[in-house]
Design a protein around this ligand. Sequence first.
Ligand SMILES: [Zn+2]
Length: 252
Amino acid sequence: MITQATPDRERIEALVRQAIRAAAGTVNRGSAPQSAAEARPSDPPGWVNGKPNLRVSISARHCHLTDEHVEILFGPGAKLVPEKDLYQDGFYAAQQTVMVVGPRRRMLPSVRVLGPTRPFSQVELAFTDSISLGIDAPVRHSGDIDGTPGCVLVGPAGTVQLTQGVIRAARHVHMNFSDAEHYGVKNGDLMQLVVRSPQCSVTFDELLVRADKAAKLEVHIDTDEGNACNLDAATQIELRKMVQEACACKNH
Ligand SMILES: [Zn+2]
């Protein structure tokens, strides 16, 4: 008896995706860490089977807070309570969320706080978030907040007026120095991320390399960028050194 003549298209696509992921690295949203069994003790952080293991994670809107702001928002003596570890060691999503209020009382009711605390509070939004909030947030790298717009943060115990710190986080890639050597780049260089996705492949330019001894290879894009390339359906991801614009003199 013939049970199945041709597997349906969806199933084929799922199998292809699975095979490509196994061969080319994992596309994921930064949840499950690689099992320790695949990492060899002598490997650099995040490497699997002796090679860099590229992950692309979507950073949903979130905020970073100072110790002082945590106490104002959540009560005297309050500390961030880790709820979920992020892929980068030492960083976590906290149990706590805050309401972010923009001008004309537009607001985002529940924005996740990421830990640990920092010297400056900062709100990182996707472009779509900033439009719905009515704040014209500039594209900036984390920590570069001089002259950016502010907002009001509301927690269960109090309110903080930020005079600056609302940004659209610029796309970037975390890596350790072994990853950097592998790709032929150094801290501060720019790279390209190619995401192949059915009918909506996207090449992202200008990913800033953030190299650090303990970092694991991970691209951070925001929800708009992740949606634009339908990251969940991606069949292939590739990170490469950004090709310099050809000098005009070469054309003469
Ligand atoms: Zn990041």
